[in-house]
Design a protein around this ligand. Structure first.
Ligand SMILES: *[C@@H]1O[C@H](CO)[C@@H](O)[C@H](O)[C@H]1NC(C)=O
Ligand SMILES: *[C@@H]1O[C@H](CO)[C@@H](O)[C@H](O)[C@H]1NC(C)=O
Ligand SMILES: *[C@@H]1O[C@H](CO)[C@@H](O)[C@H](O)[C@H]1NC(C)=O
Ligand SMILES: *[C@@H]1O[C@H](CO)[C@@H](O)[C@H](O)[C@H]1NC(C)=O
Length: 341
């Protein structure tokens, strides 16, 4: 790649990051789009789940962007689940898009994370598709932007919260554009060096956002002068920082199942589901040797845990054959796993 082209792409990425607006999370339902749907005709837009009328319109006029956005939706789900796999709230409910439960349908800390991640992901995926040439034209056109419901009195505050957190997501993505350099010249003497800005993995951006999730600030909607602003709830008077995630509603501890507050709980329920197989797929695991948030102590909220034996099949005794293939055997191994009482 010519340096001038690299330079152009770096500028282009920044442009996308600044213009890629997306203040909603219902579009994550696009992840359910069938892989068989070609999406090369405007009437396909009606078949997409999670789009409101105005978004179907956007889809029609940006057909070539849609596969990328669907890809972004899948990335959000995968990355969120992976990032929170060691937490009591493990992001599994994101799969319910667009009909979220209360954990993601209110101004919670969890929704703050998902808004930030999805805003980062959409810019990330488009930027990546542009740099790899998967997106012909690379127009920085409008992106699905779920309108906020403006029914309840609290919703103006929710809207402000989501706007803020989406912006945090994009800031983290922007800040993560790393400078990468490569040396040229006689036998790597580095007499000529080319540098460009490259994208970090979404997974790393998500870890950054998880840190912000853990230290998120609770805010309230308070009048200041003639307008109302979100300000930190604690007594020290300071404006909300541009770099922090904010939330309006405290979350439960996610220890026990309570649908009223959007908590699935961490209790193993396979006991009354008659020996489902494989059990591990249905139950929340804890880690007996960990001392982090996935430890049995924290995950099970002190209720204790039950061990069970699970069989894992692995490739083993692999042999390399000249040239060039590998053959393996299948070995079965029993491992002890733990589920919360
Ligand atoms: C759309 O894609 C499908 C499957 O790839 C193909 O069969 C069809 O001809 C395409 N239609 C148009 C209008 O390009
Ligand atoms: C996520 O948590 C839910 C509720 O505790 C649980 O049912 C599910 O198995 C968990 N998923 C994973 C992959 O641990
Ligand atoms: C449990 O935690 C330990 C220590 O953090 C880690 O080495 C191990 O891989 C974890 N086990 C599982 C099954 O995740
Ligand atoms: C918990 O883990 C950290 C690093 O993962 C380690 O430094 C610390 O000593 C551990 N604490 C206990 C009580 O084992």
């Amino acid at each position: 790649m010519k340096p001038s082209l690299r330079f152009f792409l770096a500028g282009f990425l920044l442009l996308i990051l600044q213009t890629g607006l997306c203040y909603g999370i219902k579009w994550i339902a696009l992840s359910k789009t069938s892989l068989a749907l070609a999406l090369n005709q405007t009437q396909h837009c009606k078949q997409l789940e999670g789009l409101v009328v105005s978004q179907v319109q956007l889809c029609r006029s940006n057909l070539e962007l849609m596969q990328t956005i669907i890809q972004a939706a899948r990335e959000v789900i995968k990355t969120c689940r992976k990032t929170f796999s060691d937490m009591r709230w493990n992001c599994s409910s994101i799969e319910l898009a667009p009909n979220y439960l209360l954990d993601l349908d209110r101004g919670t800390r969890e929704s703050a994370f998902v808004y930030a991640l999805s805003a980062a992901a959409i810019s990330h995926t488009i930027a990546r598709a542009c740099t790899t040439g998967d997106l012909p034209g690379c127009s920085c056109g409008p992106i699905p932007d779920a309108p906020m419901k403006m029914k309840k009195s609290g919703s103006q505050a929710n809207k402000l919260m989501h706007l803020h957190n989406s912006e945090v997501g994009r800031q983290v993505l922007k800040a993560s554009l790393e400078m990468k350099c490569k040396c040229h010249g006689v036998s790597g003497s580095c007499s000529i060096k080319t540098c460009w800005k490259g994208l970090q993995e979404l997974r790393d951006i998500a870890l950054d956002l998880k840190t912000k999730y853990l230290s998120a600030t609770k805010v309230v909607h308070r009048p200041m002068g003639t307008r109302k602003y979100l300000v930190p709830k604690d007594i020290d008077i300071r404006p909300v920082k541009e770099t922090e995630l904010i939330y309006l509603q405290s979350s439960p501890d996610f220890c026990m199942k309570n649908e009223k507050v959007g908590s699935h709980g961490t209790q193993d329920r396979s006991a009354w589901r008659e020996r489902e197989n494989p059990r591990s797929q249905y139950s929340r695991q804890c880690n007996k040797t960990s001392n982090g948030s996935d430890s049995c102590d924290l995950m099970c909220c002190g209720r204790g845990y039950n061990p069970y034996m699970d069989k894992v099949v692995e490739r083993c005794h692999c042999k390399y054959h000249w040239c060039c293939y590998v053959t393996c055997k299948k070995c079965e191994r029993t491992v002890e796993r733990y589920v919360c009482k």
